[in-house]
Write a protein that binds this ligand. Structure first.
Ligand code: ZN
Length: 280
């Protein structure tokens, strides 16, 4: 019934199972099962896509109410164009995708279940061009398509035994608000930070590479983007937010290079090719 995923420690996994089983005994609302994600992986997921989407949408509404939209129409349009192209070739073209550019120096981007994606203006100079945007976008859309948010919410809720009192909302008086927002990876904005596991990160990297290639952006640019991002960040007074949750490592680059031939085949087969696209 349960599949132990590499990204979860054995202790965490056992706690998840026990928590979930205990909760299932008390609540008919909980349907304990292992699910196959849209990207074809078996995962421990306790919430439906509908619930996950609702959570993503309400967290997004809350965040956007606190942020100002960018006045840079050209960049915001570029972001939407790239986002739509990537979403269209992803495993979930059917989500109600939305792509917003936030007026903030923060060097960050995030995506929430259901397809709500935001970039902060500060990350745009690092992206440099459409292919750079496509690289970050592909990665973020990959997290959504692979249901990483739902997996983390499930783990966190189960570990805390919180499922005995199922409260799947992110409203201010919600008991599980911080658990859910943290699990959705929007901590940088709301004060709870929980980076995705390395396995989720690598899966999002791989999905992102394939999506950008299928959408017609040169996948070689992804490796260049990540190397450039790590290099440019060295001159910054503090580590950019996105890099602190997405640390570069030799292994990470090696994994990307390993996936490059497959991505190149998809790029060769893409009906339209944009290369690097427009400069951002
Ligand atoms: Zn990520």
């Amino acid at each position: 019934m349960f599949v132990w995923e590499k990204g979860v420690s054995r202790r965490e996994f056992l706690q998840s199972c026990l928590g979930a089983l205990g909760a299932a005994g008390f609540s008919s609302l909980v349907f304990v099962r292992c699910t196959t994600t849209p990207t074809g992986k078996k995962a421990f997921i306790l919430i439906s896509e509908e619930e996950e989407t609702k959570l993503g949408e309400s967290a997004f509404t809350e965040i956007m109410a606190q942020e100002k939209p960018s006045k840079n129409k050209r960049q915001a349009d570029l972001l939407r164009k790239v986002g739509q192209r990537i979403a269209a070739v992803s495993h979930r073209p059917d989500h109600r995708w939305q792509f917003e550019l936030i007026a903030s120096e923060q060097v960050n981007a995030f995506a929430l279940p259901g397809g709500k994606v935001a970039f902060y203006e500060g990350i745009m100079p690092f992206c440099q061009n459409e292919a750079g945007i496509a690289c970050v976008m592909g990665h973020e859309v990959g997290h959504v398509a692979a249901r990483h948010g739902a997996q983390r919410i499930s783990q966190q809720l189960a570990v805390q035994g919180a499922l005995t009192a199922v409260d799947l909302s992110v409203t201010r008086n919600s008991k599980n608000r911080n658990v859910i927002l943290g699990a959705l990876g929007v901590g940088a904005t709301l004060g709870v930070l929980l980076p995705y596991s390395r396995e989720h990160e690598y899966e999002a990297d791989k999905l992102g590479l394939m999506y950008m290639a299928k959408a017609g952006y040169d996948p070689e640019e992804a490796v260049l983007f990540w190397e450039r991002f790590a290099e440019l960040s060295k001159g910054q007074p503090k580590v950019p937010e996105f890099l602190s949750t997405h640390p570069m490592s030799e292994n990470r680059v090696r994994e990307m290079r390993k996936n490059l031939p497959e991505a190149k085949r998809l790029y060769d087969a893409a009906p339209v090719k944009y290369g690097k696209g427009e400069t951002g």
